[in-house]
Design a protein around this ligand. Structure first.
Ligand code: PBG
Length: 314
């Protein structure tokens, strides 16, 4: 009888799979900090997307690792850039599979920061408005390649409004904007930075990512993104921020809310499971259920593929 009264469920279609695509490889390269995850070659993507689809997963979010980096992140918006080619490859093989793209520059700049760096008066740091121009170009180039959703993750002020206008001007009114509205300056991104090779060479991201102690600030940041036209909101990371997920869900029930179950959260479970300390399937489904219960509609998770299998077997 218990199943009749289950309040919160997780379905494979609630999960979004992050994929790392490396322009410089021709076969998958395992990511040491994220067991079970690999950097993928562009050519392997249609097959990967096809497998996700069979498991009931409907969407992926793409992160690119370019061959070359420069201060202006030019490979981030090149028509033949790694993400642009990847989106085209997936959409050609399966037009219904939903493709989201991360819009940020940290994987494409030689300094590893999320946009254009310059003297802010208090030393070298991210310049907000020049970086917005760059994000517009990146987002439009992803839309031109066929992305369904663009997801700006740089936490620049005004990024949602700026990208929305640029997309609309270029004729992409139907491309959705998933804003990383509540993104915290977190140690849980450590394994990702090794995977995507986008760690800052100097300084950190604390000038634009949020202080882990702040939930009201997260609501303020979210309010700006809602006013600027975000179609979906996000809280990231998930586990240490379940109260933030709940607060955003209560304040903005009209918009889909995405939680990003980030690389460090994945790595913790994998490490404990590898040691035999935790039952991986059980705790993973429990974690995903908890994130949904807190108020997330969708969850970006490196466990998506395995979770879909465990859900099918349950
Ligand atoms: C920035 C970006 C990061 C993540 C997603 N997009 C890294 C950062 O902000 O330092 C982290 C995701 C994860 O840890 O799984 N492009």
């Amino acid at each position: 009888m218990q199943e009749l009264f289950t309040e919160t469920r997780v379905r494979p279609s609630d999960l979004v799979m992050p994929l790392f695509i490396d322009e410089g490889i021709s076969r998958p390269a395992p990511i040491s900090t994220m067991p079970g995850q690999s950097r993928l070659p562009v050519g392997g993507l249609p097959a990967v997307a096809g497998k996700l689809d069979v498991l009931g997963l409907r969407a992926a979010i793409l992160f690119g690792i370019p061959k070359g980096k420069d201060p202006g992140a030019t490979r981030a918006y090149a028509p033949d850039g790694v993400i642009q080619r990847s989106v085209r490859a997936i959409k050609k093989a399966g037009p219904d599979f939903v493709v989201a793209t991360d819009v940020c520059a940290c994987e494409y700049t030689d300094h590893g920061h999320c946009g254009i760096i310059g003297d802010t008066g208090g030393g070298q740091d991210l310049l907000n408005d020049p970086s917005l121009e760059l994000m517009n170009r990146i987002a439009v180039s992803h839309a031109e390649a066929g992305a369904d959703i663009v997801a700006p993750s740089c936490m620049l002020d005004g990024m949602v409004g700026s990208i929305r206008m640029a997309l609309d001007d270029a004729g992409f009114e139907d491309v959705l904007l998933m804003s990383y509205s509540g993104k915290f300056a977190s140690g849980f991104y450590g394994p990702f930075r090794e995977a995507a090779q986008g760690a800052p060479k100097f300084g950190d991201r604390r000038s634009h990512q949020m202080d882990p102690g702040n939930v009201r600030e997260a609501l303020r940041e979210t309010a700006l993104d809602v006013a600027e036209g975000a179609d979906m909101l996000m809280v990231k990371p998930a586990l240490a921020y379940l109260d933030v997920i709940r607060a955003v869900h209560m304040r903005y029930p009209q918009l889909p809310l995405v939680a990003y179950n980030v690389s460090g959260e994945y790595a913790m479970v994998k490490a404990a499971a590898a040691n035999g300390w935790l039952d991986e399937a059980r705790v993973t489904l429990e974690i995903l259920t908890g994130i949904r219960r807190a108020g997330a509609d969708l969850i970006i998770t490196y466990h998506a593929k395995e979770a879909a299998r465990w859900l099918q077997a349950a």
